[in-house]
Design a protein around this ligand. Structure first.
Ligand code: TXA
Ligand code: MG
Length: 319
C-alpha cells in the first residue's frame, strides 16, 4: 500500500501541473485547482458544468497566505481567529496584486476565503504551495458529495481529476454540510449561506447582530441560486405521513413509513442529521428514481444547525 504522504505528494503535483484534485474537507468534498492558474480553474467549471458567473471559494493553509489574497477588517480578523481552521468562508475585498485568476472571482472585487480543518485538505494545500480554488465536488446543481463513493460516481471517468481518498483512513467529511459564508465587505455583515457555524455563534464572537440571511428570493451572491442540491425526483417538505408513491426521510420520532425510509437522526441530534443529510438524500433519490417515486421529508426544527439543513432542503424541493 502506498504511503499517505506519497499519495498526497502525487495529488499536489497534479494541482501544480494545472489539473484538478477531488479532496475531502470537514464539510463536503471539494474539486480543487491552483487558484492562480486560469486554465486549471476553467477545468473545474467544465467538469462540474458550473455557470461561469458563480465564483469559487479559495482554500488556504495559513492566515499569512490568506492575507496575501484578501483585506481583513477587524470583524474578518475576529472571525478568522476564532473559526479558522474550520467550516467558515469569509468574503473579503480582494487585495490588489493578489495572484487569483479571473474565473475564480467571476467578475467580483471580493474573494471568499477559507482555511479548512481537515488534515488531508490542509496537507494538500501546503504541499501544492498555492491557494486552492474549490467548489463542492458534485455536478452543478446536484447534491454535494460527502463520501469517496459519491465523488467516484461523478468523476472517476474524468482524466483530469485525481480523486483523493483511496488508501487514506481519514477521508470522512465530519460535518457533512457546506461552510457558512459571511460577507464582511459591506457595512452590515451578512450571512450569505447558512452552514455548520450558526448565526448565534457568529454574533457571539462579533458582539453584534448580523443581517438576516437573504431569503431564497433575494440572490446576493451570484452562486446563491435558488434551485440547488436538487435530487432527480420531486421532494415534498414538512410531511406528516407518506403518500403511496413516496419514500421518506425522517427526523427523530417522525413516522414517514411505507415502501422505504431513512432517519437523519433517531435521537433528534441536529449535528448527526446534518452529517447524514446528503448521503441519505442520495440513497433515497436513487431508489425513488428507479421505482418512479418521490421523496417526502419530515419537518426539521429551525434552530441551530437545523437552519442550514432546512436551507438545503428548501432548495432541493424547488422544481
Ligand atoms: O464547505 C464548503 O464551502 C465547500 C468545501 C469544498 O470547502 N465548498 C463549497 O463551494 O461549498 P461551492 O462552490 O459549492 O459554494 C461556494 C459558494 C457559492 O454559492 C458562491 O457563489 C459563493 O460561495 N461565493 C464564492 N465567492 C464569493 C464571493 N466573492 N462573494 C460572494 N459569494 C461567493
Ligand atoms: Mg456547491
Amino acid at each position: 500500500m502506498r504511503k499517505v504522504s506519497d499519495t498526497l505528494k502525487q495529488a499536489a503535483k497534479f494541482i501544480q501541473l494545472g489539473n484538478v484534485v477531488a479532496f475531502p474537507t470537514e464539510t463536503v468534498y471539494g474539486l480543487g485547482a491552483d487558484a492562480s492558474n486560469e486554465q486549471a480553474c476553467q477545468k473545474i467549471f467544465k467538469i462540474k458544468k458550473r455557470p461561469s458567473i458563480n465564483p469559487l471559494i479559495v482554500h488556504v493553509a495559513t492566515m499569512r497566505q490568506a492575507k496575501t489574497i484578501g483585506e481583513f477588517n477587524a470583524d474578518a480578523l475576529k472571525l478568522s481567529n476564532i473559526f479558522w481552521p474550520g467550516p467558515l468562508s469569509i468574503v473579503v475585498p480582494l487585495k490588489s496584486g493578489a495572484n487569483i485568476t479571473r474565473s475564480v472571482l467571476a467578475g467580483l472585487t471580493s474573494v471568499a476565503l477559507r482555511i479548512p480543518s481537515h488534515n488531508i485538505a490542509l496537507e494538500l494545500i501546503r504541499k501544492s504551495g498555492t491557494a486552492v480554488a474549490a467548489p463542492s465536488a458534485n455536478p452543478s446543481g446536484y447534491i454535494s458529495s460527502t463520501t469517496l463513493e459519491h465523488v467516484k460516481e461523478h468523476f472517476s471517468d474524468e482524466k483530469d481529476v485525481f480523486i483523493l481518498g483511496d488508501n487514506l483512513n481519514d477521508c470522512k467529511c465530519q460535518y457533512g454540510i457546506e461552510s457558512t459564508i459571511v460577507d464582511t465587505t459591506t457595512n452590515n455583515l451578512t450571512i450569505l449561506r447558512d452552514g455548520f457555524i450558526t448565526k448565534e455563534a457568529l454574533e457571539e464572537v462579533l458582539g453584534k447582530k448580523l443581517d438576516k440571511t437573504p431569503s431564497l428570493m433575494q440572490i446576493k451572491a451570484p452562486g446563491m441560486m435558488n434551485k440547488h442540491y436538487s435530487p432527480k425526483v420531486r421532494v415534498r417538505l414538512n410531511a406528516e405521513s407518506l403518500e403511496v408513491n413516496e419514500v421518506g426521510l425522517n427526523f427523530a420520532n417522525s413516522k414517514l413509513e411505507g415502501k422505504f425510509s431513512l432517519n437523519l437522526s433517531l435521537t433528534g441530534d441536529l449535528i448527526e442529521a446534518a452529517s447524514n443529510l446528503f448521503a441519505n438524500l442520495r440513497i433515497l433519490d436513487n431508489y425513488a428514481e428507479l421505482n418512479g417515486l418521490a421523496i417526502a421529508v419530515a419537518s426539521i426544527p429551525e434552530i441551530g444547525i437545523g437552519v442550514a439543513i432546512n436551507d438545503r432542503l428548501k432548495r432541493a424541493a424547488i422544481k
